[in-house]
Ligand binder design. Structure first.
Ligand SMILES: [Zn+2]
Length: 311
C-alpha cells in the first residue's frame, strides 16, 4: 500500500460538517416543511430563505402588501428553526422581474417608485435583525427595451448605495452573460462605493476564478456539471462563494429548478472529488468550512454552526 493511498484512507469517507443552501424559496401552499425535511434528512444544516414573489396572482401594488409578504417569510423562518433546529437566514427584497412586469400595467415611474420603497422596507427589517440580506434584487434576466435596461441599472446603483448605508450584503438576480455581467456589476459597486465582496451573484455559473467574478461573491447553482467547474477554477479563486438550489417550491413549475436534497448531495460529491484530486484533509476542511460556515457568516452576519455533526 503506497503512503499516499494510506493517507487517503485515513480521511473520513464523507463530510460531516455544516451544509448550507444559500438560496431557497418556500411556499406554504406547496411543499414547504416537507421540502425542508428532505433537506435535513439528506444532511442539510442551514438555509438562506429568500422571499418568494407570487407571480401567479396579483403582484403587490403597495408597500403594505410587500410588508405582508416579507413578514410571512420571516414567520416561515421562525417555524423552520423551531421544527428542525437548523440555521435559517432571511433574504428580503422586491424581485426585478416583478418590477419589470408591473411597469407594463402601472407605468415605469410608478413601478420604480414602489420598487425602491420595497427595497427600503426590506432594509428596515435587516437593520432590525429580522432579516439578514437584501435580495433578490437586480435586473431582468431576459432582454428588455433600452429604457427598461437603463432604469434597471439606475435602480441597482441606488440599491447599492442604500445597502451600503444599511451595512448589508445583497443577493443579485441578473442576466446570464458570463464574465461581462460580473464586470458591469463590479463597476456599479465601485460607483456606489459598495464593497464588491458583499455583492453576491445568485444563480452563478460554476466559475469561481478572479478573472470571471471581478471581486464579487457568488452562490453557484449546483447543477450536474457544477463540481467540475468549481474544481477547474478553485486555484484561481480569491473570493467568497457558496452553493444554492434556487428551489422554487412551485407545483406549476416542477423540475424547473434543483430540488432540496441537491446541496447535501453535491457537497458529498465535491468532498469526494477533492479527495480524488489529492487535496489534503486540512485543505478540504478549510474549503468546506469556508463555503458552509465562515463565508455565509461573514456575508449575512449570522452564526452558522461549524461543529454541526448530524449523522
Ligand atoms: Zn430565487
Amino acid at each position: 500500500m503506497s503512503v499516499l493511498w494510506r493517507e487517503k484512507m485515513s480521511i473520513q469517507e464523507y463530510w460531516t460538517g455544516p451544509i448550507v443552501d444559500q438560496h431557497i424559496h418556500l411556499d406554504r401552499e406547496n411543499r414547504y416543511l416537507g421540502a425542508i425535511e428532505d433537506f435535513v434528512i439528506s444532511g442539510g444544516s442551514g438555509i438562506m430563505l429568500v422571499h418568494k414573489p407570487d407571480f401567479h396572482s396579483r403582484l403587490p401594488l403597495t408597500t403594505e402588501e410587500y410588508k405582508k409578504e416579507y413578514e410571512n417569510t420571516i414567520r416561515m423562518g421562525k417555524e423552520i428553526r423551531s421544527k428542525f433546529k437548523i440555521d435559517v437566514g432571511i433574504v428580503l427584497g422586491p424581485h426585478p422581474v416583478v418590477w419589470e412586469k408591473q411597469s407594463k400595467s402601472i407605468g415605469l415611474a410608478k413601478s420604480s417608485e414602489l420598487h425602491l420603497e420595497a427595497i427600503k422596507l426590506a432594509l428596515d427589517y435587516i437593520e432590525n435583525d429580522q432579516a439578514h440580506c437584501l435580495g433578490e434584487v437586480g435586473r431582468p434576466h431576459y432582454s428588455v427595451s433600452t429604457d427598461i435596461w437603463d432604469q434597471a441599472n439606475e435602480i441597482l446603483l441606488e440599491t447599492f448605495s442604500l445597502a451600503k448605508s444599511a451595512g448589508t450584503s445583497v443577493q443579485l438576480h441578473v442576466e446570464e452573460n458570463g464574465e461581462k455581467t460580473c464586470e458591469e456589476l463590479s463597476k456599479l459597486c465601485s460607483l456606489a462605493n459598495f464593497p464588491k465582496e458583499m455583492a453576491i451573484r445568485h444563480f452563478s455559473p460554476p466559475n469561481i476564478s478572479q478573472n470571471f467574478n471581478h471581486g464579487l461573491s457568488s452562490t453557484i447553482n449546483m447543477g450536474k456539471n457544477s463540481i467540475l467547474g468549481i474544481c477547474e477554477t478553485i486555484q484561481h479563486s480569491k473570493s467568497m462563494w457558496g452553493m444554492e438550489t434556487d428551489f422554487l417550491d412551485d407545483d406549476m413549475r416542477p423540475g424547473a429548478v434543483l430540488g432540496p436534497k441537491t446541496i447535501p448531495k453535491r457537497t458529498q460529491e465535491f468532498y469526494s472529488e477533492l479527495v480524488t484530486r489529492d487535496f489534503d484533509e486540512d485543505k478540504i476542511n478549510e474549503i468546506l468550512l469556508n463555503v458552509h460556515c465562515n463565508w455565509p457568516n461573514q456575508l449575512y452576519g449570522l452564526d452558522f454552526d461549524s461543529n454541526q455533526e448530524r449523522r
